[in-house]
Design a protein around this ligand. Structure first.
Ligand SMILES: C[S@@+](CC[C@H](N)C(=O)[O-])C[C@H]1O[C@@H](n2cnc3c(N)ncnc32)[C@H](O)[C@@H]1O
Length: 207
């Protein structure tokens, strides 16, 4: 790992440690991620599958637990709401939100992630369900709000995914993506992610 990435990830870890060390769920999450994903390098996996120039939407990156907490605080969803992460990766946003009492669903292309995320959810005893599949080829799981880590999604994929969100979703928090009509873009929040910072764009569907 390059020195810049190493120091960035260390600083993310230390901020989490300072803010979340008294939360048992955070320790369970950290231990679970370490144990389940120790032998799997998501970047290498995608690189091997796709090659250097075709990584596209399968590029891996992660939203930090503190950023997920900030998103939940901003969204102010009623207790018991369902949150769905489209492209859930190792499951961090779903696991963090589930640990706050939300019902969460992670839809992820790679089954090798979802199986492991599900095991962490079971150990944390939280309401998170992980489904493997391509969100372009199946109906979106019903949810009150959707998270989309769209930073690396190419335009064509964004356009197709937007059609699905237009039909089905009411609230969408999209990373580095302003959806446009019929969505009302309410605010933009710059938050830490594993590769630096991203703009989280909050949308409500008009009407
Ligand atoms: C940048 S990662 C974000 C992971 C997680 N949402 C987070 O914020 O920590 C994006 C994830 O989307 C997944 N993905 C990309 N295209 C997908 C598709 N068409 N269907 C399902 N998952 C997809 C990738 O495999 C990757 O794990």
């Amino acid at each position: 790992m390059a020195i810049g990435a190493l120091t960035w990830n260390l600083s993310l870890y230390l901020s989490e440690l300072v803010r979340l060390r008294k939360q048992p769920w955070w320790w369970q999450l950290k231990r679970g991620l370490k144990r389940e994903f120790r032998d799997l390098d998501p970047n290498k996996m995608v690189y091997r599958m796709r090659g250097a120039y075709h990584v596209d939407s399968l590029a891996f990156g992660e939203t930090s637990p503190l950023s997920v907490l900030k998103i939940l605080e901003t969204l102010q969803l009623p207790p018991g709401s369902t949150l769905c992460d489209l492209g859930s990766g190792r499951g961090v946003p779903c696991l963090v939100a589930a640990a706050q009492g939300y019902k969460t669903i992670g839809l992820e292309y790679f089954a090798v992630y979802t199986e492991r995320s599900q095991r962490i959810a079971a150990e944390m005893n939280v309401d998170a369900t992980f489904i493997s599949g391509n969100f372009m080829n199946r109906p979106l799981p019903p949810a009150d709000a959707y998270l989309v880590s769209a930073t690396a999604f190419p335009e064509e994929l964004r356009a197709q995914l937007k059609q699905k969100l237009d039909e089905q979703a009411k609230i969408v928090v999209a990373q580095d993506w302003i959806l446009g009509p019929p969505w009302e873009h309410e605010r933009m929040q710059k938050l830490p992610v594993s590769w630096g910072t991203a703009q989280f764009c909050y949308h409500h569907r008009k009407g």
